[in-house]
Design a protein around this ligand. Structure first.
Ligand SMILES: Cc1ncc(COP(=O)(O)O)c(C=O)c1O
Length: 392
């Protein structure tokens, strides 16, 4: 018998598994080219050309592939810190950076460092629901508060959920699944509120900013800095999405040098990176991304896909807010029933994810990190589903 808790978790996340299994069955039956899979945030784009050339060069280096300091290679951390300093408008040194196994690895190391048994972490919906499991991994629980109608976070709602048990607030901008980029005024207001509440409850409420989509933004938008606006903030991010290398598991955590209890915080994250079994982030990937600071896949290709999808769906009466970043479109389910709409689309061999997987059951998510043929091929099916849903 396996653990009861894991059994329960498998049950609660079963619709994602169901979607995956249904997708595999459909592909086996009708051929992969006849199934339109928009279910996963797994980038279809190849990494940029210079990723391959740097990787080949690094792989050819006659060097040791040994254990290293658990935080990563010092020279890599330094290069990462220099670039992150610009993004965050805060001077960081390599000592403030811990190289991790993707953003997921960073989040787990940070949460393990912060949480006491029974502590809570607050997130605003819609959000990436793996946070729930990550909090649970370390004896805590995730508290969800509703975001605003335009998918911005609601600082007052977050404030209302803070108690003595609150260890942290997690934000994710650009957001999976809404594509929303939170405005700088919101980050400033959040920072002010967290400072005030921390002193009220006599406990530092840390802000974890999960930002693997920072470089995937459109229409000239830039993602506001977080470390500039709150001292007790930690960035968790990765190269998974912007370099199209999620399988390579490389990312980092960056801690604000002015954070409360800074030395323990950074040393705790380094220890947790080790004792979670990651030991250190993959060596070859660290050496590769060090040379690729600021590089990303061609964002225009994603913009083209976004516009193609959004343009087509709008005409059919689907309702959504144009995403400012990421490669996700969060669409209103007609009648507010996400499962029904996802089922109607499945009948058209179109795979999407119900919004309840992100805390918003009245929506469904379309991941458009797919080939353009998948988008154009799915349009007739989207139209038929809209007809069946009574939208046309
Ligand atoms: C919001 C968000 N955070 C974290 C992750 C995990 O990313 P990584 O592959 O870097 O672990 C994802 C992956 O989809 C994500 O969407």
């Amino acid at each position: 018998m396996i653990s009861k808790r894991i059994n329960e978790m498998m049950e609660t996340s079963s619709f994602i598994r169901k979607m995956f299994e249904t997708g595999s069955e459909l592909k086996a039956k009708y051929g992969a080219e006849n199934v339109f899979d928009f279910s996963l945030g797994n980038p279809h784009a190849l990494p940029p050309e210079n990723f391959n050339s740097v990787l080949l060069k690094k792989a050819a280096d006659k060097t040791r592939h040994a254990y290293m300091p658990n935080a990563g290679y010092p020279d890599v951390r330094q290069k990462v810190a220099e670039f992150a300093s610009t993004e965050q408008q805060k001077v960081l040194s390599g000592d403030n950076v811990v190289m991790t196994s993707g953003a997921g690895g960073a989040l787990n190391a940070v949460l393990k460092t912060l949480l006491n048994p029974g502590d809570t972490v607050i997130a605003s919906t819609p959000c990436f629901m793996e946070y729930k499991f990550y909090c649970d991994n370390h004896g805590g629980s995730l508290v969800l508060v509703p975001g605003k109608k335009d998918f911005n976070i609601d600082v007052e709602n977050i404030e209302g959920a803070i108690t003595e048990k609150t260890a942290a607030v997690i934000i994710n901008s650009p957001n999976n699944p809404s594509g929303r980029v939170y405005p700088e005024e919101t980050i400033i207001a959040l920072g002010r509120m967290l400072k005030k509440k921390s002193s009220e409850i006599g406990r530092t409420v840390y802000l974890i900013s999960d930002e693997p989509y920072r470089k995937i933004v459109y229409d000239g938008i830039t993602v506001p800095p977080v470390l500039k606006h709150y001292n007790n903030a930690i960035i968790c991010t990765s190269y998974s999405k912007d370099l199209s290398i999620p399988g390579e598991r490389i990312g980092y955590a960056a801690v604000n040098p002015d954070a409360e209890d800074y030395d323990n915080l950074i040393n705790g994250i380094i220890l947790c990176n080790r004792i979670l079994g990651y030991v250190n982030a993959p060596a070859l990937m660290q050496r590769t991304i060090a040379e690729l600071q600021g590089v990303s896949v061609d964002i225009n290709l994603y913009k083209k896909k976004r516009d193609m999808l959004a343009g087509g769906l709008k005409e059919m009466g689907y309702e959504f807010r144009i995403p400012e970043g990421t490669f996700y479109l969060l669409v209103k389910a007609p009648g507010g029933d996400d499962m029904k709409m996802v089922d109607l689309l499945l009948q058209e061999k179109i795979l999407t994810v119900p919004g309840r997987g992100f805390g918003v059951p009245e929506y469904f998510r379309i991941a458009f990190c797919v080939d353009e043929n998948v988008i154009s091929g799915a349009m007739d099916g989207f139209r038929r589903a809209a007809e069946k849903a009574g939208m046309l």
